[in-house]
Design a protein around this ligand. Structure first.
Ligand code: 4AD
Ligand code: MG
Length: 435
C-alpha cells in the first residue's frame, strides 16, 4: 500500500475537492446507527467529516461508533464544499485509523475557570488557546524582526541578580547555595546598561519575575519582557522606538491573524487605529487635567496614576497613550530628572486602549552619578551594592535610555482577553504555580 501523504485541514479546505488524507484530533462527535459526524481539528483549522456505516467493516465501525473527543485519528476521503458545515467544507471519509484513543476527556461539561486552570495542559488544545498561542508566536517573531531591522543586537542579562531595579518589594529571593541576597530578574536593565558601551543598541526578550501580591487581570509573577537599551539617545527617541515597535507588532498580527482575531471575537478598530494614527502623548500633569475636565476625577499632584485612572484615560482615545513626566517620587531611581521641572522625570508609560493598562514602561537614564546615588539612598538601598552599575556613569557615560514591554500585556490587549493569564501557556500567579 502506498504511504499516505497527509495534508493539513486548512490545505484540504483550500483544495476544496478531491481525495485527501488528514490527521488530527476529534474536536466534536455525534452520530446515529448508520452515520457518524466527526469534527476533525488540527493546528490549522477544523473540518466536518462524515462516516457511513456501510463504508466500513464491522470492527472499524465499532471503533468509529465509540470514538470520543480528543482521540487522534487518520482519515482519507473526498473533500467537498458544504455550506452547512462549520468551515464550509466536508470530508466524506472512506478510510479510518484510530491512532490514540481518548477516554472521557476531562474538559467537557465543566468549563469553570478553576477547572480549566487545573487542566491547563489539556485546555491548550481549545480553539481559543490555539488562536492565542498562534498570535503569541507572531508577536515574539515580530519583536525580534523589528529590533534586528533597526540595527539592534540581541543581548542577555542574567536571571539570577544581586540588585533590585524596580523596587525591592516585589523581588523573588532565591536560596543560592545558602546565600540570601540573590533574586530573580525583574528586568534586564541594570545589566543591560553596561553593554550599551559595547554594542550601543541592544534588545532582549526574556522572562522577568515579580512577586507582586496583586490578583489582577494584568499581573503575572513570571512574564516575558521585551526590553531595549540605546546609547546616544534622548527621551523622545526612546518613546519613538516604543511607538514604532507597537505599530510593527500590531500590523504583523493584523496581517497574519484575521482568522484568529475573528475566532477570539476581537473588534480590531483600535488595533487598526494603533497602526495608522500617531499615539496620544501627554504629560502626567496634563493627564491630571484631562481626568478632571473630562472624567470628573480629581487627583492630587504627586500621586501615581492608578488602574482606574489609566482606564478612564484610555477610553477617551482609540490609540495608546504615552504618558510622560511623572513625579520623581513615584518612579524608579534611574530616571533622568527633567531639566524644566526637576520634580518630574523623563519616564513614560504606554497605556493601551480599552482599559488594558500599562503596556510599556521606559525612560531616559539619569547620568549624574551623585543623583543616582542619592535616589538609591532615598529608596533605602545601599549604593555600594551598585558599584558595577555606577561604573556606567564613571567611564565615558553617554545620554541613553530604554524601555520594557510586557509581552503578555501586549498579547492580552491585541487578543482582547479578559485576563493576562490566557496570554501565556502556563500562567504563574500569586495563587497558582501548577500544573
Ligand atoms: O514598568 P516596568 O517595571 O519597567 C521596567 O522594568 C524597566 N526596567 C524597563 C526598562 O526600561 N528596560 O516593567 C515594564 C513592563 C510594564 O510596562 C508591563 O508591561 C510589564 O513590564 N509588567 C508586567 N507584565 C506582567 N505581569 C507583571 N507583574 C508585570 N509587571 C510589569
Ligand atoms: Mg512601570
Amino acid at each position: 500500500m502506498a504511504i499516505k501523504k497527509f495534508i493539513t485541514v486548512q490545505e484540504a479546505i483550500d483544495k476544496g475537492s478531491g481525495k485527501v488524507s488528514l490527521h488530527g484530533w476529534v474536536h466534536r462527535e455525534r452520530g446515529s446507527k448508520k452515520l457518524k459526524f466527526i469534527v476533525l481539528r488540527d493546528s490549522t483549522e477544523i473540518i466536518q467529516c462524515v462516516l457511513k456505516k456501510d463504508d466500513f467493516d464491522e470492527k472499524t465501525w465499532d471503533t468509529i461508533d465509540k470514538i470520543q473527543v480528543e482521540a487522534s485519528i487518520e482519515l482519507t476521503g473526498e473533500v467537498h464544499k458544504d455550506d452547512r458545515a462549520p468551515t464550509g467544507f466536508e470530508l466524506q471519509v472512506k478510510e479510518f485509523v484510530l491512532i490514540g484513543p481518548s477516554h472521557e476527556f476531562p474538559i467537557q461539561k465543566d468549563t469553570s475557570k478553576e477547572h480549566l486552570a487545573d487542566y491547563r495542559h489539556l485546555w491548550l488544545r481549545s480553539r481559543k488557546m490555539t488562536s492565542i498561542l498562534k498570535i503569541r508566536s507572531t508577536v515574539f517573531g515580530a519583536i525580534d524582526e523589528f529590533f534586528k531591522g533597526e540595527g539592534f543586537y540581541e543581548y542577555h542579562s542574567p536571571i539570577f541578580q544581586a540588585v533590585q531595579c524596580e523596587g525591592g518589594s516585589d523581588l523573588f529571593s532565591v536560596d543560592y547555595f545558602g546565600k540570601k541576597d540573590v533574586f530573580l530578574a525583574q528586568t534586564w536593565q541594570l545589566y543591560a546598561e553596561p553593554a550599551i558601551f559595547a554594542l550601543e543598541k541592544i534588545y532582549t526578550i526574556a522572562p522577568s519575575f515579580r512577586a507582586e501580591k496583586s490578583k489582577t487581570s494584568r499581573h503575572l509573577t513570571e512574564y516575558w519582557h521585551a526590553e531595549m537599551e540605546i546609547a546616544w539617545a534622548d527621551f523622545k527617541e526612546i518613546m519613538d522606538y516604543g511607538e514604532k515597535l507597537m505599530k510593527f507588532v500590531v500590523a504583523k498580527v493584523l496581517e497574519k491573524h484575521e482568522r484568529e482575531l475573528e475566532l477570539l471575537d476581537r473588534d480590531t478598530k483600535t488595533l487598526k487605529a494603533t497602526v495608522e494614527k500617531p499615539f496620544i502623548r501627554m504629560t502626567y500633569t496634563e493627564a491630571l487635567k484631562i481626568l478632571k475636565d473630562k472624567c470628573d476625577m480629581e487627583i492630587e499632584w504627586g500621586k501615581d496614576l492608578r488602574t482606574i485612572e489609566e482606564d478612564k484615560l484610555s477610553k477617551l482615545y482609540d490609540v495608546p497613550i504615552i504618558c510622560t513626566h511623572y513625579p520623581k517620587k513615584v518612579k524608579a531611581f534611574y530616571m533622568t530628572e527633567d531639566p524644566d521641572d526637576p520634580r518630574t522625570v523623563q519616564g513614560c508609560d504606554f497605556i493601551g486602549t480599552e482599559g488594558y493598562g500599562e503596556l510599556i514602561g521606559g525612560s531616559h537614564r539619569e547620568h549624574d552619578i551623585e543623583k543616582v546615588k542619592q535616589r538609591l539612598i532615598d529608596d533605602g538601598e545601599d549604593p555600594s551594592e551598585y558599584e558595577f552599575y555606577l561604573d556606567t556613569r564613571r567611564y565615558g557615560t553617554v545620554p541613553h535610555g530604554g524601555f520594557g514591554m510586557g509581552v503578555e500585556r501586549i498579547i492580552s490587549w491585541i487578543c482582547g482577553l479578559d485576563t493576562i493569564k490566557d496570554a501565556i501557556p502556563f500562567p504563574r500567579t500569586m495563587e497558582r504555580y501548577k500544573p
